[in-house]
Design a protein around this ligand. Structure first.
Ligand code: SAH
Ligand code: SF4
Ligand code: F3S
Length: 451
């Protein structure tokens, strides 16, 4: 009988990808993924350490799961409880100390060893802790069957970070930068397409620092990899995230200009709009360089839409610095953004810097910044009304008879459409726009196609 596996995923898209791969590693052991932790034989929390709140969520979830585990134990049943992801990597020992009822703690680079770990954890009373950065790459050991839920898929091509921005834990939780060989990536991309993917998003902590080994012994950069992936028949859309602005090269800019399958949407985190703050963050570029990069990208692809990440209240950020960030946002315009109050992280240089900003000031700045960013999102969405867009319909809508999909710019578009159009790319004319989604009507040709 199949054992039930529940994976709860926090944090970034890399964790979403890892969770899928973890399920694939455990499937030959008889584990079947389920949506609910209730009644599961194994529960895995795939965690995020990026801000304090993210890490604390894990401990409160563990508290809830402890009750469930104990109830099952009183009925003579066993639930294996595991923690992986960036909290596991950053503070594995601490997890076992604060939550001694956890059976396994493993980092993001060791989950290909799960079969052994599960055997160890179920055999005796012992807990398993595996947070090495092993010599071998997990990608060489993972099963090579891939499954796709719907028509879009993530594909990790690069992992780790050598940039050491002074606020960030990722270089410590994910380790040094590693690029997968190009042939391995393309092989996985083909498998995803066979499994139904029409859109693939290449993932990496610094995806544009990709420099994978090529079959001829040389190296491919991200642009070269995108061009090769664009040749795959059946793959219609390519995206990539997250890019590090200081390393966007001319090849990548050019690819935005001439690779049709590359979507005109780019996540390009800038964090702040003040040179002083960017320097203290160790971002390796100034404000003018960012503006110049955006200009070059838009010269190559005039309809390129940008999204970004922002941190407010970095240590030493003055009101003038914050104004400079607001000015940058006004000038560049972003159609989507993630913004956060600076959160001091243990072990990072910024946590020890003088002039930490008051929480109330951070909250005020964040509210003002988000109001501007939200207004830009809404303005962009409204501009789309009356236009026709290619939408990849990849899920059911809230109301019967509706499907929801993504525009080239990643907007959610809700359409009245028959079920046969699920997982198809259709032309939609946008009829109205809100802050979070667009409404659209199917173009006549699409309706004919499914009649
Ligand atoms: N590699 C990506 C970002 C990874 S983390 C990049 O370099 O852009 C995702 C986002 O979390 C970051 O872009 C940043 O905006 C935010 N972040 C990271 N550390 C943070 C911290 N200590 N406090 C608040 N936000 C943080
Ligand atoms: Fe963190 Fe900076 Fe690396 Fe991005 S580039 S993951 S923000 S250290
Ligand atoms: Fe979080 Fe780790 Fe991703 S800290 S954002 S899950 S790389």
């Amino acid at each position: 009988m199949a054992k039930k596996l529940h994976i709860k995923t926090y944090g970034c898209q890399m964790n979403v990808y890892d969770s899928e791969r973890i399920a694939e590693v455990l499937s030959p052991l008889g584990f079947e993924a389920v949506d609910d932790a209730d009644g599961a034989d194994m529960v895995i929390l795939n965690t995020c350490h990026i801000r304090e709140k993210a890490a604390e969520k894990v401990y409160s979830e563990l508290g809830r799961l402890r009750v469930q585990k104990e109830t099952l134990a009183s009925q003579g049943k066993r639930m294996v409880l595991a923690v992986t992801g960036c909290v596991a990597q950053a503070e594995g020992e601490e997890v076992l100390k604060r939550a001694p009822f956890v059976d396994m703690v493993f980092g993001p680079q060791t989950y290909h060893r799960l079969p052994q770990m599960v055997a160890e954890a179920t055999r005796a009373t012992g807990q398993v802790l595996d947070t090495d950065f092993p010599e071998e790459s997990k990608f060489d050991a993972l099963p090579d069957n891939r499954t796709v839920d719907g028509a879009t898929a993530f594909l990790a091509i690069q992992e780790g970070c050598d940039k050491f921005c002074t606020y960030c834990v990722v270089p410590y939780t994910r380790g040094a930068e590693y690029s997968r060989p190009a042939a391995q990536v393309l092989d996985e991309a083909r498998k995803l397409v066979v499994a139904g993917a029409q859109e693939i998003t290449f993932l990496g902590q610094n995806v544009n620092s990709y420099h994978g080994e090529a079959a001829d012994g040389g190296e491919w950069n991200l642009a070269r990899l995108i061009r090769a992936a664009a040749e795959i028949e059946g793959l219609e859309r390519i995206r990539f995230t997250t890019s590090y602005p200081a390393e966007v090269d001319d090849d990548l800019i050019q690819a935005h200009g001439d690779v049709d399958k590359l979507m005109p949407y780019l996540h390009l985190p800038v964090q702040a709009g003040s040179d002083r703050v960017l320097k203290a963050m160790n971002r390796n570029h100034g404000v003018d360089e960012y503006r110049a990069l955006v200009d070059k990208l838009r010269a190559a692809r005039p309809d390129l839409a940008l999204s970004s990440d922002f941190i407010v209240g970095f240590p030493g950020e003055t009101d003038a610095d914050f104004r400079a960030t607001m000015k940058l946002i006004e000038d560049v315009t972003f159609i989507q953004a993630y913004s956060f109050k600076y959160s001091p992280r243990p072990g990072t240089p910024a946590a020890l810097m003088d002039l930490q900003v008051d929480e109330a000031v951070k909250a005020e700045r964040l509210a003002e910044l988000q109001a501007l960013l939200n207004a830009q999102t809404l303005a962009f969405n409204k501009q789309c009304v009356g236009k026709t867009m290619a939408v990849l319909l990849d899920r059911a809508g809230k109301k019967p008879g509706q499907l929801v999909g993504r525009s080239p710019y990643m907007q959610a578009v809700v359409v009245d459409a028959p079920e046969q159009l699920l997982n198809r790319i259709v032309d939609v004319t946008i009829t109205s726009a809100g802050p979070n989604s667009l409404m659209g009507a199917l173009n006549v040709d699409n309706r004919k196609a499914c009649a």
